[in-house]
Design a protein around this ligand. Sequence first.
Ligand code: HEM
Length: 285
Amino acid sequence: MSDTPAPAAPPMPAPATEATNERAHKAGKRAYEKLAKEKRLGMFARLYLMTLAYLDDSIRIKNHIEAAKAASLSINRQLPRSHTERYKLRTIWYWYPLYCLGGLAFISFLILTISGVVLALYYVPHYEPQEVFAARESVQFIMEKVTLGYVLRGVHHWGAHLMVACVFLHMMRVYFVGAYKKPRELNWVLGVLLLGITFFFAYSGYLLPADQLAIAAATIGQNMFGSIPGIGDTLAKLMFSGTDINAGLIPRMYVLHVWILPFILFGLMVLHMFIVWLQGMAEPH
Ligand code: HEM
């Protein structure tokens, strides 16, 4: 320990008071008006500047924008060097489009969300075996009576196929370029979860029309769950509201399909893509 005194701390900036805030605000306004006059800005440019000035005044966006810029510059977001570049090949690396599959899965999720919200305006989640067929009839109504309803249902139907295919092929791409290896194990595990949820999401939607295919698929699901030793029946009751087809099945699938799975899936997808953004893309091994 030496006896030399510690250097004096730099002076703290004076805390902002109402008066200093007011002065800064007025100075900002004057500067904006001067700029608008000098540059002879049009209405839209003035509106744009005014909005920026207002946002900066009220929530200090400038600080956030600068922090975001610094973060984005400090993180590796480059695509991996291709085989072409790495081995100085004279051919292009054909497999780059496969790096779009994760993004395509996300885009199909967005398309499904939009078309699903519109479908939900007409769909009725009510089915009682042999008695009430409201779910089936509402789907028929969408197909036959709603303007472009068949297109809407088609978009939702094929969007779901696209998403399942993309997620599966994306997983294969990740596997075959070895991108699951350290340090991306966590994202692989998250991906496995995403794959399972995507499959169950698609399955729950398949049951909603409550037609013969759906009821057959629900019976298969109930039997698969029911065949798990020990907890099978409890699980089947939890998931399908019983071990046989009953009036609780469709409302339960509807709640899962519309209110639970999309939110979980969206949250996990954002986390998954945030990790990709932090880690950068893996080079093919
Ligand atoms: C809803 C499903 C999914 C979405 C929206 C999604 C989204 C993405 C996106 C946008 C990327 C950036 C690169 C690319 O598009 O190829 C990516 C990378 C990655 N994904 Fe997914 N993904 C999903 C499912 C999966 C699955 C099922 C797995 C594996 C089981 C997985 C594992 C990974 C890994 C390890 C990376 C890093 C790849 C690299 O650095 O080259 N993802 N994901």
